[in-house]
Structure formats: C-alpha cells, structure tokens
Write a protein that binds this ligand. Sequence first.
Ligand code: CO8
Length: 260
Amino acid sequence: MNLEMLKFNKSGAVATVTISRANSLNALNAQVINELDQVFDKINSDNSIRSAVLTGEGEKAFVAGADIKEMKDHGAEESLKMSKVGQAVFSKIEKCKKPVIAAVNGFALGGGFELALSCDFILASENAKFGLPEVSLGLIPGYGGTQRLARNVGLQKAKRLIFSGEMLSADIALQWGLVTEVLPLAELMEKANKLATKISRQAPLAIQYAKDSVLLGYDKTLDAGLELEATLFSKVFTTEDKNEGVNAFIEKRKPDFKGH
Ligand code: CO8
C-alpha cells in the first residue's frame, strides 16, 4: 500500500486507520477515498487482522465532509462517478469481514458522517458533532447518508437532520441511538482499542457470520432474516473454531481461535 493521506497501524490483531489531512479537517478527496479502498482490501485479506478502528487525525475533526474545493467545477457526470466510487468504498467498509469501529473525535459532517455510518458502530468524543449540511451547499448527501441515516434513526429524524443541515451534539447523537457511547476526547482511542481488542479475541468466522446475519437480514422480512440466521447458524457448526470454543468451555480453559 502506498499511503499518503491515511495512517495505517497494526497492534496485535487490531488495525487502526487514521484519516490524516488535518489542515483540511480530514476532508475526503479522491485520494483519501482511493486509499480507504486499498486499506480495507488489506484489512479484509490479512488474516492476522481481526478488527479495526477508523478515526481522524487531530482533536477537531473525524472528517468534515467530502472535499468541497474538489467538487467546485464538477458537473453531473463527474459527480455521478464520484458518488458511485465513494458509495462502493463505503459499502466495502460496511461489509468488511472484520468489525470496524468509528472513533469520532470531532466534526463528522457530510461524507464524514456517512463514513461513520458505514462502520459497525460509533464511539464519540464529547466534542463530536454530527450533521449532513449538504443542502446548505446546494447539494444532497451522496455517500449513502439519505439511506443509512434513515435506517439508523428512522425517517423523521433523518429528514429533520438532512433538511435543516443542523449539527447534533454527541449527547443528542447518543439519545438518538446514533452512537453507542460518548467519552472524553482523551479516552476515546483507548476505549475504541479496548473494544476492538475484545472483539479480536472472539471467533473470527462467528463474528463474520453474525455480521452478515445482522446486515443482510436487516432489509429482509423477519421470516427471510430468520431463514438467513438459521443457515449461518448451521454454517458456523462446520468450523473448527466452534469445536474449539465449545470444548474450551467444557474443559474450563480459554479458547484459542484460529479463524478456521
Ligand atoms: N472540504 C474542503 N476543505 C474543508 C472542508 C471540506 N469539507 N471542511 C473544512 N475544510 C478546510 C477549510 O476550508 C479550512 O481551510 P483553509 O484553512 O485553507 O481555509 C480548514 O479546513 C479549516 O476549516 P475552517 O477554517 O472552516 O474551520 P472552522 O473551525 O471555522 O469550521 C467547520 C469548522 C464548521 C467544520 C467548517 O470547516 C465547515 O463548515 N466545513 C464544511 C462542512 C461541510 O459542509 N461538509 C459537507 C461537505 S459536502 C459532502 O460531504 C458531500 C458528501 C457526498 C459526496 C458525494 C460525491 C458526489
């Protein structure tokens, strides 16, 4: 990987990806999107990585949106391409085989909020602010915001946020169920790493099938979702880790999961 705008770090089985354009509040330009694509290919394919944390450089912003300056001269054709390329990368993150935690350390606006919504769940610092201010620029969200926000908080709250362009504080985001917890900025990464480490110690294939079951079942009818769950429940019984996990419990020892 040739990374200039992202920092990639691996500690144990946890990968940390930091978007690093601090003088543009980590805004997403085409290169950042391309580097995110490369990094998540690596996270998907490297069996020694079992979970990931995504964050932004500095103490002010997770990501303040798509790069507004880059869009200045775009017309319909370029913007369609840009939206589809970004959506594909965000879907790759959403469907990543390893759980991805967004550690939102400040502004998560526009494309930045959409990026956080593509992660499995969000931890926020007390100074975090969430919003989709695209309409104030004459735009609409184009990296999945109109779809993922409504699925997260329901139609009314999503429309209120998208139509007003207003920003939510971390506390309101917590009340709305957009984030799982709010922490002092100085404790955010420690907590995200702790959770990612905990996840990395579980059976990797079980995590993957559970993620598929939640994500792929979400838009189905309840009956179709239950059918999917039963199929994946049965599939997990073909793994070596299932034997290891159950035997370790019976033998009163810690399991040693290999991801097979
Ligand atoms: N794009 C480019 N540069 C940015 C962005 C951005 N989104 N956000 C901030 N910056 C730059 C500023 O221009 C400034 O640069 P410079 O120092 O060279 O002037 C630097 O970062 C610092 O920003 P500010 O001086 O503005 O910092 P403040 O503390 O005064 O304000 C804010 C912080 C409130 C976050 C403010 O920067 C802001 O409003 N930023 C823009 C937020 C926004 O509107 N985001 C949505 C962008 S549109 C989008 O995300 C669409 C996604 C879908 C795209 C689909 C593809 C088609």
